[in-house]
Design a protein around this ligand. Structure first.
Ligand code: AQP
Length: 344
C-alpha cells in the first residue's frame, strides 16, 4: 500500500520561541504547506516531561500557536492543534512503550543531556519522550517530518518503532486487510543552512529555550533594539570572514552567523561569503541586524497581537483538534484491532 503523503511536526510550549526553532522548523512548516497536507502540533504533553508552571504553560501554548499563524501557516488549510486535546497520542504512545526496547531509549542523547547527572530524579516521561514523539507522527501515519538536526535521533527511533510494529504484527496486519506495512517509515526533512542554530554566546552549544542567558538566543518576540544588541554582542573571532565555506570549518561562531544570515535570506552560505568574504564582523553584524529585524520584526509584532486574543487562538486549537482527532481516531481503531483488543 502506498501511504498518502502527509507532513507532521511539533514544537514544545516550553518558553521563548527562538531563531533556532524558527529556522530549523517553523520556516520549513510554512514552505511545506504548498505541497503537502500538514499537521502542526503544539506538543504540550512533551512539555510537561519537565516541570511547567500551569499558568505559564497555557500562555506558551497560545504563544506557539500564534507563532505558527504569524509565520504564515494557514490554519484553515492545514491543521494546527495542541497535543493534549487528541487523546490518541497518549494511547498510541502506550502501545509504543511496549514495542520500543529499553536499549533503544538508553541510546538517546537528548535524555542524557536533559537529565544530566541527576538521572535518577528525571521524570519517566522524559525518558519515554521519544516513544510519544513516534506516536505523534505515526498516529497520522505521516510520511514527512520537518525538524532541526537535534531531533534526528528521535526520528530514527520512530522509524525503528514503525518497523518493529509492522514486523511483530505482520500476520494481524495482513488479516485486517492491510496488504503491506501498517505504519510508514517517516522521512526526516532536515535541510538548509540552519538545521542546527548555535548559541550566540558559544558556537559549540545549540541555541535553546532553556539556556539561562537570554543573550544566547534571539527570541521571536524580541524588539529591534534587543535583536541589534544581541547580534552585536554575539561571540565572534578577530579574523575577517572567509571567501569560501571551507574557511568556516574551524570557526563555529562565524559559521553560525553566516548560516543564520543565509537561512533568513533564503540563500546559501556560499552566497553569503561571496557577498561578505573579506569583511570584518562589525559590518557583517550590521547587515545581519538589518536582515533579522526585517524578517523577524513583523512576525514578533503579529504574535504579540494574536496572543492577546485567547478566543481566536483557542478556536483555532479546538477546530484543529477536532480535525486531527478524526484521522487519529481511525488509526487507533485499526491499531486496536491489529493488537488484538476487543472494542465495541
Ligand atoms: N538550535 C536549533 N537549531 C535548529 N532547530 C532547532 N530546533 C530547536 N532548537 C533548534 C527545532 O525546533 C523544533 C521545536 O523544538 P522543540 O520545542 O520541540 O524542542 P527542543 O528541540 O528541545 O528545543 P529547545 O529550544 O532546545 O528547547 P529546550 O531548551 O527545552 O531543550 C524541533 O524541530 C527542533 O529540532
Amino acid at each position: 500500500m502506498a501511504f498518502k503523503e502527509r507532513v507532521f511536526s511539533g514544537v514544545q510550549p516550553t518558553g521563548n520561541l527562538h531563531l533556532g526553532n524558527y529556522l530549523g522548523a517553523i520556516t520549513k512548516f510554512v514552505a511545506l504547506q504548498d505541497t503537502y497536507d500538514c499537521i502542526y502540533c503544539v506538543v504540550d504533553l512533551h512539555a510537561i516531561t519537565v516541570w511547567q508552571d500551569p499558568v505559564e504553560l497555557k500562555r506558551t501554548i497560545r504563544e506557539v500557536t500564534a507563532a505558527f499563524i504569524a509565520s504564515g501557516i494557514d490554519p484553515k488549510k492545514q491543521i494546527i492543534f495542541n497535543q493534549s486535546q487528541v487523546a490518541e497520542h497518549a494511547e498510541l504512545a502506550w502501545i509504543f512503550n511496549c514495542v520500543a526496547r529499553l536499549g533503544w531509549l538508553n541510546r538517546m542523547t537528548q535524555f542524557k543531556e536533559k537529565a544530566g547527572k541527576d538521572r535518577e530524579n528525571a521524570s519517566v516521561g522524559l525518558y519515554a519522550y521519544p516513544n510519544l514523539m513516534a506516536a505523534d507522527i505515526l498516529v497520522y501515519r505521516a510520511t514527512h517530518v520537518p525538524v532541526g538536526e537535534d531531533q534526528k535521533q528521535h526520528l530514527e527511533l520512530a522509524r525503528d518503532i514503525s518497523q518493529k510494529f509492522n514486523f511483530d504484527f505482520a500476520k494481524s496486519i495482513a488479516s485486517h486487510g492491510f496488504d503491506e506495512a501498517f505504519f510508514p517509515q517517516p522521512e526526516p526533512l532536515i535541510q538548509g543552512p540552519a538545521t542546527r542554530v548555535m548559541s550566540l554566546r558559544d558556537g559549540s552549544k545549540k541555541m535553546s529555550k532553556s539556556e539561562p542567558s537570554d543573550y544566547s538566543r534571539i527570541n521571536l518576540t524580541d524588539d529591534a533594539d534587543t535583536i541589534a544588541q544581541k547580534v552585536r554582542k554575539a561571540k565572534t573571532d578577530p579574523e575577517a570572514l572567509p571567501s569560501e565555506e571551507e574557511g568556516l570549518k574551524p570557526r563555529p561562531e562565524a559559521d553560525n552567523l553566516v548560516g543564520i544570515y543565509a537561512a533568513l535570506n533564503g540563500t546559501t552560505k556560499a552566497d553569503v561569503l561571496r557577498e561578505f568574504g573579506g569583511a570584518q564582523f562589525s559590518s557583517f553584524k550590521m547587515a545581519l541586524v538589518d536582515l533579522s529585524v526585517a524578517k523577524l520584526g513583523p512576525i514578533g509584532a503579529e504574535m504579540k497581537k494574536l496572543v492577546q486574543d485567547h478566543d481566536y487562538i483557542d478556536s483555532i486549537l479546538a477546530d484543529g483538534s477536532k480535525r486531527a482527532s478524526v484521522i487519529a481516531g481511525e488509526t487507533m481503531k485499526a491499531v486496536k484491532d491489529i493488537v488484538g483488543f476487543v472494542r465495541s
